[in-house]
Design a protein around this ligand. Structure first.
Ligand code: SF4
Length: 453
């Protein structure tokens, strides 16, 4: 194609909007965060968690610690998490106390006593909603129970509008190494229409402070295909992100799960199609964004991330968890994993606090995985990184994915989503852009068509 006939940026980003794709965005969770799907986890399996906790500590399994902060300034219209926007300082302190009591209980178990976390993660909600005093007190108490002196990464999620220079300095002093800013978009109209609490000015200010303080890694989150987004806006957002020079960028394709404000409005108006870009458009936008980042020295390191320096910029939380690390997860609705058993805590703060007050672990449901389910889990999660080796699974699980999934892999190869090179299975760019849909093909029969809730 001659340069004169090459489509302009806007034409490239617009094409799928014009064609009727038949792939409208409908309601549902598409993102595969874990395996087996959550709908198979059950309160009947809670004893399996206690059985692991009463067993001896493992010799060679890494431990991560997660704490969930369910508070936000405002509820985003696309949010499906249980978040609280109306809690005062006393209620938040009571919640943090409950979290510490939960950690205390875990620290007394034979499986966890004396173990030091390889990684720590604060997620939400909005962890940066906490005050400096709350953050210092919480983390001091967590460190007393599970010391951080061997911790390789402390990751912390932030909403830009909750950050001041002083709070960022406090996070640095506490030991946060990976700061993640939920920017989502740099356009104030898009932020407002989608119910975000912050505006671009706050995002720029937070980024500037964060970079000046020398965190090991500053990540920004973007979402492709928010309500009212146009090709022009997406182009500006990506170009602005590149100018801001973050270490890492995570890009999600907008989905509309059940329980979101957008879903409720769709229900009321009888709409089936969500008022956001369709899937081919979102894929085209992420593809274009990945190309721009690559042209500016970034490397695509997973189906959702680009990093400036893949050798230095590790994401220990993701990589260890996907390889089967234990995750001690505390706080309302949080997800954890011990010795092959998944668990999730009570999803509402009321029952969560009641169970902690009663001296119990606030676990709501659990799932003891079989060795085969653990193999499938790790295989599909590794594929999100864009490539994996069959021999790794042969050594670890005694299963060769090339022999286990010949038909599935062939089908994906024929569609140019995957390719096999000797021992290595690679995912093409087209495959990366819809990896969550493709991964369902590797699920065990009984888990196909499951809802990810
Ligand atoms: S900031 Fe995150 S957790 Fe809070 S309401 Fe928005 S999407 Fe939900």
């Amino acid at each position: 194609m001659s340069s004169s006939s090459k489509p302009s940026v806007i034409e490239q980003l617009k094409v799928p909007l014009i064609a009727s794709s038949g792939e409208d965005t409908e309601v549902g969770n598409y993102f595969v965060a874990n395996y087996p799907p959550f709908s198979f986890w059950s309160p009947d399996h809670k004893d399996a968690v206690h059985d692991v906790l009463n067993s001896p500590r493992p010799v060679d399994t890494n431990l991560g610690v997660y704490f969930h902060i369910p508070f936000c300034r405002k509820r985003c219209h696309f949010c499906y998490f249980r978040v609280y926007t109306d809690k005062n300082a006393n209620e938040i302190n009571a919640y943090l106390d409950a979290g510490i009591r939960e950690f205390e209980r875990y620290a007394q178990t034979s499986y966890l006593a004396g173990r030091k976390p390889q990684f720590v993660y604060f997620g939400g909600g909005t962890p940066s909603y906490l005050s400096i005093n709350q953050l210092k007190d919480l983390t001091d108490r967590m460190k007393d129970l599970f010391p951080w002196d061997e911790t390789e990464e402390v990751a912390f999620e932030c909403e830009p509008g909750t950050l001041t220079e002083k709070k960022l300095e406090a996070l640095r002093e506490i030991g946060v190494t990976r700061l993640s800013l939920g920017i989502e978009n740099f356009d104030d109209h898009i932020l407002e229409v989608n119910g975000r609490a912050h505006r671009s000015k706050e995002a720029f200010r937070a980024l500037k402070f964060a970079k000046s303080l020398g965190f090991d890694q500053v990540n920004i989150d973007l979402i492709a295909g928010m309500m009212d987004e146009t090709p022009e806006n997406w182009q500006r957002t990506v170009e602005t992100a590149i100018e801001q020079d973050p270490d890492c960028v995570t890009i999600y394709q907008m989905e509309i799960p059940y329980n979101t404000t957008i879903f409720k409005e769709m229900q009321e108006s009888g709409r089936v199609t969500a008022p956001v870009a369709d899937w081919p458009t979102k894929r085209a936008w992420v593809d274009w964004a990945f190309n721009q980042f690559e042209n500016n020295g970034y490397t695509v390191s997973s189906a959702y991330t680009v990093v400036k320096d893949p050798e230095k910029m590790k994401f220990v939380y993701r990589d260890s968890l996907w390889e089967g690390a234990d995750l001690l997860s505390a706080g309302v609705a949080s997800f954890g994993h011990f010795g092959g058993v998944h668990y999730q805590n009570q999803a509402d703060v009321g029952p969560y606090m009641t169970q902690v007050d009663n001296g119990e672990l606030p676990i709501f449901r659990a799932y003891p995985t079989s060795p085969d389910e653990r193999f499938v889990r790790e295989f599909i999660l590794q594929l999100k990184l864009g490539k994996t080796r069959a021999s790794y699974f042969q050594e670890k699980y005694g299963v060769n994915p090339l022999e286990r999934f010949p038909k599935e892999l062939k089908k994906l190869e024929d569609q140019n989503y995957f390719s096999v090179h000797g021992d290595e299975i690679r995912v093409s760019r087209a495959g990366m852009l819809e990896i969550d849909r493709l991964l369902h093909g590797f699920f065990l029969e009984e888990h196909r068509d499951a809802r990810y809730t």
